[in-house]
Structure formats: structure tokens, C-alpha cells
Design a protein around this ligand. Structure first.
Ligand code: CA
Length: 222
């Protein structure tokens, strides 16, 4: 592991962006910056970060939308939301969207730095793996590890689909949502059924539950 953690900072307030960039760099972070949600999403999807600091009110893609898209793509980089929207309901919305931590503006710089250190410590053990019923999905090797069984290798698309479920256990996804998230929109709903079938054949029926009339969700493991 590099001594210099890579941090993505997404903030549209140019002055705050420059100030945080300078301070975090001074603290030893390797900082990439994005001034809108589109650029932030692109960087977060294409580069590897140890931690993300994310504003909410952003041009192009709002911060929590960005975070939801990242989580649904299986990107589990620990994320601290830094926002002026800081009442309890705002914080709940942020945590529900997949943020690990939430800090209101104005903030204390020492508190921000301490929270970032804590986030990284917590994340070191769980990097790039998502919990599955009775096991876990390793995103780097695209393999599912269930119980004592040998790891099962998945295709890119099987892995993306399973990651979408594993990122949001308890969420029922419609076929249309899954098409938009994992497949090209042009494909028919049947593509989703086909890949759910592949996953069940490889990992057992209980890995994904059918929710009649609605869609699919991560299985609860039986
Ligand atoms: Ca903003």
C-alpha cells in the first residue's frame, strides 16, 4: 500500500476546492479534483481511490445521485459527504445513498482530517469486496466465495449484475432498472432473466430472489 492515499475531491465551490486541495495535499493525500458531478463520476469510475470527499449541490450530477450510481456499479470507495445540507434528514439521505460518513458545512478542518483517517482505517479490511448471503463477492478477481466452496469465477456482466444486488441488499430492482444499470438499454428484459439464470446456475438458486410481479433482489441465503 502506498504511503500517499489517493483522494477524489468533488466540489463546485472553486475557492473551497482550491483550499481543500492545498490542505489535503499538505496532509499527504494525492488529490484529484472535480468541479462538477459528471467529471467526478467519470474519475471515480475510471480511477482507483482510497477515499472520496463529495459535495451534494453539484452541477451536472447531484452528489447523492453520483454516489448511488457509483455504488450500483460496485464502486465501494469510502465516501464522506461534505454538505451545507446537514439536518438529520439530509444526513439520513446521504447515508442511505451509500455514504460512510457525513459532515455538515461549515466544518472544522481537524475534524474532517480525523474522519478521513477513520474512514481509511475501517476500509482497509473490506476493500473491493461486497457481502453476499453466506459469502462475499471479490470485485478485483470477479469471483464469488460462498461458504467453504472454491471461489467461482464470474463473467464481467455476471459480476456487475451481482454487484448491483450486493450493493443494495433488501432493494427490489425491476428488470428495467437492472437493464439501465448493468446492460445496454437497447437489450430486452429477457437479458436480465438470462443473467439471473446464469448466476443461479453457478452460485445456487438462493443467491437471488424473485419478487413476484416486481423483479429481483439479493437472496437472503438459505
Ligand atoms: Ca456545491
Amino acid at each position: 500500500m502506498s504511503d500517499s492515499p489517493h483522494l477524489l475531491l468533488v466540489e463546485d465551490d472553486r475557492q473551497l476546492l482550491a483550499m481543500l486541495d492545498a490542505l489535503l495535499t499538505e496532509e499527504g493525500y494525492h488529490v484529484d479534483t472535480a468541479a462538477d458531478g459528471q467529471q467526478g463520476l467519470h474519475l471515480a469510475l475510471t480511477r482507483s481511490y482510497d477515499v472520496v470527499v463529495l459535495d451534494r449541490g453539484l452541477p451536472a450530477i447531484e452528489g447523492l445521485d453520483l454516489l448511488t450510481r457509483l455504488r450500483l456499479r460496485g464502486v465501494v470507495t469510502p465516501t464522506l459527504v461534505l454538505s451545507a445540507l446537514a439536518n438529520p434528514a439530509d444526513r439520513v439521505a446521504g447515508l442511505d445513498a451509500g455514504a460512510e460518513d457525513y459532515l455538515g458545512k461549515p466544518f472544522d478542518l481537524d475534524e474532517l482530517l480525523a474522519r478521513l483517517r477513520a474512514l481509511r482505517r475501517r476500509h482497509l479490511d473490506t476493500a473491493r469486496s461486497l457481502p453476499l448471503p453466506g459469502g462475499r463477492l471479490e470485485l478485483d478477481t470477479r469471483s464469488a466465495v460462498l461458504g467453504d466452496r472454491e471461489p467461482v469465477r464470474l463473467s464481467t456482466r455476471e459480476c456487475d449484475l451481482l454487484a448491483a444486488f450486493a450493493t443494495r441488499p433488501g432493494t427490489v430492482f425491476t428488470r428495467r432498472q437492472l437493464l439501465a444499470l448493468v446492460f445496454d438499454d437497447a437489450e430486452s428484459d429477457a437479458a436480465v432473466d438470462t443473467y439471473v439464470h446464469y448466476l443461479r446456475r453457478k452460485l445456487g438458486r438462493a443467491v437471488i430472489d424473485t419478487v413476484r410481479g416486481r423483479g429481483y433482489q439479493l437472496g437472503r441465503g438459505r
